[in-house]
Design a protein around this ligand. Structure first.
Ligand code: SDX
Length: 428
């Protein structure tokens, strides 16, 4: 591969350096483009061909269906690691030894209390509020109670912010669900593991002992690992851009939560279950929904299918599909929705429209089936996605700040009116 790319504009040639990453991805470095061409820029709606940064955190190859966190395959991590270990790996770059992991967890637990006044904010929401809106608001509100988390210019201040949000976020997740169920907002139990504590905070009834089910613990741990990072997706790019103005970690995460909420992104896991439920109500008529998904005049899309990068199986979907069978079997749950999902998958994988566009099941297609079997309400599915994605957002935000990335501010091509004189209202 040559070291430069040549661009010719109006007969004048311009050379730009090519940069190559550690997995042999090549990009044209156009930092000087506007200066050397007298103002020419690029345009790339949805950034389908545009890299926003260099990153050493997550590598994915969409053609081959490869996903690695800091060089470790998602298959190995999902099978052998636990979520807090993976969080440490993503944020600090290497798998922790036992002492490092124990200290990390202890620091997180020491920061997991939330000012009781935050409960007044939770109380102010109607039970009908969508949990993602509640979670985004509460995460942003944490800044008001932790002002030191804004100007984190030292690595020590950054570390304190990181362990604070890793400690408090699961509490906010639990309070978001408990609010909808009219349950008291309480804390978990710092004698438990990170994921065990999440389950206890979410599901403990005030008048009963809570008994942990290892099947649920393992299932949630695996799901959170599979959602932990995914390079420059919509919500992560949002976290990086908001963080690039030095708005602070909690505010950047709140913006990421709002981006993830959209049904084209993390909100798809809720939309998948609603779609499968509709198909079930419709007597299992998958062909009707396949036709709707292919009809250009119908805004309906087959939720949980397709991906901006994966043009092969999403490796996470393969792992989750296998886990769905295991978890439902272990829990003794016979959910007809799973069979509808499998039938839909088989139809789509053999349909020219989907095959030609390389549309495969993505991470959201099967995850909701497991969440539902675990007793998590459908509206909470994207909140669970956010809980999994938290360490990835943190890692990407930390990398952006440590690399001293410039403020994110894209250009545009103006297509509006040319200069025109103001007309007094009596003349309009
Ligand atoms: C996530 O980016 C990430 O990494 C995200 C994520 C992560 O971990 O952060 O992996 C998580 O967001 C997974 C995606 C969840 N979203 C869905 O399941 C919603 C359904 N899928 C789509 O809306 C769509 O596939 C996207 C948004 C995921 C990707 O859209 P792109 O890359 O912008 O592709 P496109 O819209 O240009 O589609 C290309 C073609 C179009 O048809 P033509 O115009 O070429 O005829 O494929 C069609 C689309 O209409 N298409 C679909 C489809 N997805 C794409 N048609 C029907 N059903 C679908 N699901």
């Amino acid at each position: 591969m040559s070291k430069t790319a040549t661009l010719e504009i109006d007969g004048k040639k311009h050379e730009f350096p090519l940069i190559t990453g550690t997995e042999n991805e090549t990009a044209i470095d156009i930092k000087s483009l506007r200066a050397v061409t007298g103002g020419v820029t690029t345009i790339d709606p949805g950034f389908k061909n545009t890299g926003s940064c260099k990153s050493a955190i997550t590598f994915l190859n969409g053609e081959e269906g490869i996903l690695r966190y800091r060089g470790y395959s998602i298959e190995e991590l999902a099978d052998k690691a636990d979520f807090l270990e993976v969080a440490y790996l993503l944020i600090f770059g290497d798998l922790p030894n036992q002492d490092q992991l124990d200290k990390f967890h202890a620091d997180i637990k020491s920061k997991s209390l939330i000012d009781d006044d935050v409960k007044k904010i939770v109380d102010a929401f109607p039970k009908s509020a969508h949990p993602m809106g509640v979670l985004a608001s509460l995460t942003s509100a944490l800044t008001a109670f932790n002002p030191a988390s804004v100007n984190v210019d030292s690595e020590e201040a950054m570390y304190n912010s990181v362990v604070k949000i890793l400690g408090k976020f699961p509490v906010l997740v639990a309070w978001t669900m408990r609010k909808k169920k009219g349950l008291p907002l309480d804390y978990g139990d710092n004698t438990l593991g990170y994921v065990e504590n999440v389950l206890k905070m979410m599901f403990k009834q005030p008048n009963e002992e809570y008994h942990l089910n290892p099947i649920l613990v393992n299932a949630l741990d695996k799901l959170l690992i599979l959602h932990a990072d995914h390079e420059q997706n919509c919500s992560t790019s949002t976290v990086r851009v908001v963080g690039s103005s030095h708005a602070g970690l909690f505010a950047s995460l709140s913006a990421g939560i709002s981006a993830l909420w959209g049904p084209l992104h993390g909100g798809a896991n809720q939309a998948v279950l609603e779609m499968l439920e509709a198909i079930k109500e419709d007597g299992g008529d998958t062909k009707k929904y396949m036709a709707k998904a292919k009809d250009k005049n119908d805004p309906f899309r087959l939720m949980g299918f397709g991906h901006r990068v994966y043009k092969n199986f999403d490796p996470r979907a393969k792992i989750i599909k296998k886990a769905a069978d295991e978890v439902l079997n272990d829990l003794g749950v016979d959910d007809p929705i799973l069979n509808i999902a499998k039938g839909l998958e088989q139809e789509a994988l053999n349909d020219d429209y989907f095959v030609q566009r390389k549309l495969y099941p993505n991470v959201d297609f099967y995850s909701g089936i497991i969440y539902r079997a675990m007793g998590i309400p459908t509206e909470m599915f994207t909140v669970m996605f956010a809980l999994g994605r938290l360490p990835g957002w943190i890692a990407q935000w930390r990398e952006m700040r440590l690399e001293k990335e410039p403020i994110g501010r894209p250009r545009q091509v103006y297509t509006g009116e040319n200069l025109r004189a103001f007309e007094p209202i009596e003349n309009r």
